[in-house]
Design a protein around this ligand. Structure first.
Ligand code: HEM
Length: 459
């Protein structure tokens, strides 16, 4: 076979393509660029590094082969490590603590555990319903309330901590610190290290935000050590008490702090985005919305309080979530790197450690894998159709061992939230929102306001 160069747009001397990348929407820019390279692969020179972008499903299949590729911790994740440390999300494949924490925490994500978290999920979801009920006929900012919901849910279910986000007008200071830290760490990905060094003031406020998040985390851990909420087998109790079945080791205090912060961030940002995009998709597709209402009215007539078993019987809502994750993946890109020098597609050479970024928007829309790719069609996710999908054209939760540990948690929480919202409210979008995606580590609709009205029993 014949080795070919990986196509690339022309860059400037020294800085390469760095200055072409908008800092407020890098992944949207990468996707836009990708549309000019139908071969499903291209490369860019960013802040001194050569980065390859991959979105052809067959090339992605190779990159998802875990015998050949691992998860690299380079920018932006090496910056996120400034605050997430060696937590699961930012640990290197070869760090022992990844396997130890993974094995210690897996039981907290079993189907049985989801049932155990259900009362906490319900408590917070009902706070959302309460808030929206008091806003009868008014508008609500979707992404903000979804963030209140998902942050409070992971904090209560995983750590027994209450943020009380629905009782306050402002978002919790933890979120502002997190947003700032994420923004700086993302920005540094596009910065030459020299520039980063020169920005002293930014670095000071970055360190402040990190300290603020750590203070909250320390108080959450301290609450538990003081006996608050003990006896529950949640994430925090596993971390404090359980030993890794393989090595017999327990997590040390520094790692428990890293994991706690990791879960407070990873456990809410993405699910908030998913729910916001799902509500957007439902409002844009009234026939799907009608199907979802019909399902909720059949399974949860009147003001039936949903139990775990009923939520597991939902069929339309989970398919809405699957299709939303295809078209609006909250994590828009994931990084992989070859363990040894290798060739993909029989023609593109990748060096050991060379970063290959999977662009999920383009993968999830690729004509090789998806018919009428830009159509929101929940029937793609009927069992008989699902079986026919390209095996590597859908990666909203990542791939392999380093895939999302919280997938079931997110989907259970999101099913419940959508079911309760639809059971209680008629939704409308009087200002005809035009999608604007805001990127941090994850993507969310920005400025998406909707109007909520309580449904009456006869509606
Ligand atoms: C990893 C997506 C919800 C915790 C990941 C990855 C993706 C992802 C794509 C892999 C990232 C990579 O390869 O670099 C999502 C989406 C969610 C969601 C789309 C919601 C719709 C959650 C929740 C939790 C969570 C609710 C926790 C309760 C984690 C953790 C990792 C991870 C700890 C790192 C796993 C490891 O490497 O061992 N997630 N996630 N996620 N997610 Fe999620």
């Amino acid at each position: 076979s014949e080795i070919r160069p990986i196509p690339t747009p022309r860059g400037a001397p020294l800085v390469g393509n760095t200055l072409q990348i908008p800092s407020d929407g890098p992944v949207q820019y990468f996707a836009e660029l990708g549309r000019q390279y139908p071969g499903g692969i291209y490369r860019l020179h960013i802040a001194g590094r050569e980065v390859v972008f991959v979105y052809d499903p067959d090339l992605v299949a190779e990159v998802c082969d875990e015998t050949r590729f691992g998860k690299p911790i380079d920018p932006p994740l090496s910056h996120v490590r400034d605050f997430a440390g060696a937590g699961l999300f930012t640990a290197r494949d070869d760090e022992d603590v990844w396997g130890e924490a993974h094995r210690i925490l897996m039981p907290a994500f079993s189907q049985r555990s989801m049932k155990a978290y259900f009362p906490q999920m319900m408590e917070i979801a009902q706070e959302l319903i309460g808030k929206w009920s008091r806003r009868e006929g008014q508008t609500v900012t979707v992404a903000d309330d979804m963030t209140r919901l998902t942050l409070d849910t992971i904090a209560l279910s995983g750590f027994g901590h209450r943020f009380h986000s629905f009782q306050r007008e402002e978002l919790d200071p933890f979120l502002q610190a997190m947003l700032h830290a994420l923004t700086v760490s993302m920005g540094r990905t596009q910065q030459l290290p020299l520039i980063t060094k020169l920005k002293r003031g930014e670095d000071r406020s970055y360190r402040d935000s990190i300290r603020q998040m750590q203070k909250l985390v320390d108080s959450v851990i301290e609450e538990r050590r003081q006996g608050v909420g003990t006896g529950e087998r949640d994430l925090l109790s596993l971390m404090l008490d359980a030993a890794d079945p393989v090595t017999g080791r327990q997590l040390d205090d520094a790692n428990i702090r890293d994991q706690t912060l990791t879960f407070l961030i990873a456990g809410h940002e993405t699910t908030s985005g998913l729910l916001s995009f799902a509500l957007y998709s439902l409002l844009r597709h009234p026939h799907v919305l009608a199907q979802a209402y019909a399902e909720v009215d059949r399974l949860l007539p009147g003001d039936t309080v949903p139990d775990y078993e009923t939520i597991m019987k939902l069929d339309v809502i989970p398919r809405v979530l699957d299709e939303t994750l295809r078209l609006w993946s909250p994590i828009a890109a994931i990084g992989k790197a070859p363990l040894e020098d290798t060739v993909i597609g029989g023609r593109y050479q990748l060096k050991k450690g060379q970063k290959a970024i999977l662009l999920l928007e383009l993968l999830h829309n690729h004509p090789k894998a998806w018919e009428r790719a830009d159509e929101f069609d929940i029937d793609r996710w009927l069992p008989e159709n699902k079986a026919k999908h390209h095996p590597h054209a859908y990666k909203p939760f990542g791939n392999g061992e380093r895939a999302c540990i919280g997938r079931q948690f997110a989907l259970t929480e999101a099913r419940l939230a959508l079911a309760l919202i639809l059971q209680n409210f008629a939704l409308s979008d009087p200002s005809d929102y035009q999608m604007r995606v805001k990127e941090t580590l994850t993507s969310k609709p920005s400025g998406f306001d909707i109007q909520v009205r309580r449904r009456r029993a006869h509606e």
